[in-house]
Structure formats: structure tokens, C-alpha cells
Design a protein around this ligand. Sequence first.
Ligand SMILES: Nc1ncnc2c1ncn2[C@@H]1O[C@H](COP(=O)(O)OP(=O)(O)OP(=O)(O)O)[C@@H](O)[C@H]1O
Ligand SMILES: [Mg+2]
Length: 248
Amino acid sequence: MSDRNTTPLLEVKDLEVKYGNITALHGISFTVNQGEIVTLIGANGAGKTTTLHTITRLPPPEAPRLTGGDILFDGKSIVKTEPHDVVRKLHCALAPEGRHIFGNLTVMENLTLATYSREKGADLEKDYNEVFDLFPRLAERRHQRSESLSGGEQQMLAVGRALMSGCKFLMLDEPSMGLAPLLMYDMFRALKQLNQEGITILLVEQNAKLALDFAHRGYLLETGEIILSGNAAELMEDPDIHKAYLGH
Ligand SMILES: Nc1ncnc2c1ncn2[C@@H]1O[C@H](COP(=O)(O)OP(=O)(O)OP(=O)(O)O)[C@@H](O)[C@H]1O
Ligand SMILES: [Mg+2]
């Protein structure tokens, strides 16, 4: 990976997050360097989605409340940045858990909606072509209503939409969820290609083996705390990870 280096792009520092009175993240810290693929692995309820939602502050009605720590992007704190500026100015995008695509719109319309934040004069044609090259299934179905796509195809559309927002930093919340092995392979091949083209990736996954095969580095999150970190290859060999997440 030629342009992978140790310049931090995202620095999460002692992040403490609550929902009401319940603490979901107990002061976690991790970094993602420019050009890297970093994975955050952990079981149900560990706090993976909460971490991503705290960075983007985009979705849910009951948003996670940051009560301590800081999030730096490119060296600057973003905890007060407006959610739309996280996409538009910082070029961070999230392909969310459960996909959140607009089912009554076509594939093409969903992709086009994601371009609202792009600068005037951006080469959208090139980006549509790139999304369709990465995911030929989407190209074949570009005029199909999105609700009639298969689960895996909808997952591809969620990633395609993040790309159409012009992102340089892509966060993915369990992109393998519900994908058959062949589609999963296609998805991760596409993500690898994006990384090789310079997109930095933060991948959240329950599927530890898949994530550690794909990432350069990883962090293990357990009930809101990071309990292990290291190179993906090292983590893959860790006896605790083996026992708890790799099933042998
Ligand atoms: N909107 C919310 N309101 C209250 N509590 C929440 C909310 N969202 C998440 N939580 C709680 O915060 C904790 C972390 O949840 P989170 O969704 O971040 O886990 P996760 O690691 O993404 O799990 P999964 O693998 O199941 O998606 C859980 O205990 C969950 O019940
Ligand atoms: Mg989750």
C-alpha cells in the first residue's frame, strides 16, 4: 500500500458517550491513519454503531450524547462540526447498518441524491462509472426500484451512495450482514480496490475473521471498552480472539 502512512486522519480520544444515563462508550481511544483500513470488531451491543454515529452524528432520533473526550479529523476537533459538514467539508461518509436506502426510488435516484453535497463542477459522470464498475449488479439494475433489490444489492447501493458523496474517508457498519459468501467476496474486493485508490476505511464488523483478513489494523471493543488492539495479523493469532470470535 504505497500511500499508507502513519499520519492520523481520525483520532478518537477518551470518547465517553451516553444514551440517557446509560454509558455506552467508556472513554475509548483509537486512530485511523491516512490510507489505512482499520476495523473495530466486537459482539452485539459492544458499541460499534454508537462509535460511528458519534463521529457522524447523522442518524437516530435518540442520538448518542458525547460526555467526554474528543474526535480529531485531520488534526482538528470535529465534535462541534455540523453533521452535513462532516460529509460536505470533511468528505467522511457512512454506509449505515440496515442500509437506509430509499426503497421507492430507483438505484440511480438513490445515487443521485447522495451528490447533493458535492461541489459545483465535480466530475459526477466519472464517479457514477466508478460505482457501476465496482458493482456491475447495480449498473444492470440502475432503473429498478431499490426496494426490489436483494439484501446484498442494497448493501452495495449503500456503499455506492457513500462514494457518490465524494468521500475520502469511508465508514462501514457491518457491510457483510446478510450477504451470501459470493456477494460478500465481491463487496470486500470492491472495498479493497477503493482503498488502493486512496480511500481510508473504518470498518465495523461482528465477523472478526472477515474483518481481520481485510484490515491492516484492528481494535476489539467489548461493552464500550477497547480491550485489545494491534496489527490484523497479530489479532488473528490472539488466543482470546480465537476463542471468543473465531470459534476455535
Ligand atoms: N438509541 C439508543 N438509545 C438507548 N440505548 C442505545 C441506543 N442505541 C444503542 N444503545 C445501547 O448502546 C449499547 C451499544 O449499542 P450499539 O448499537 O453501539 O452496539 P453495536 O456494537 O453496534 O451492536 P450490533 O453488533 O448489535 O449492531 C447497547 O447496549 C445498546 O442497547
Ligand atoms: Mg451495530
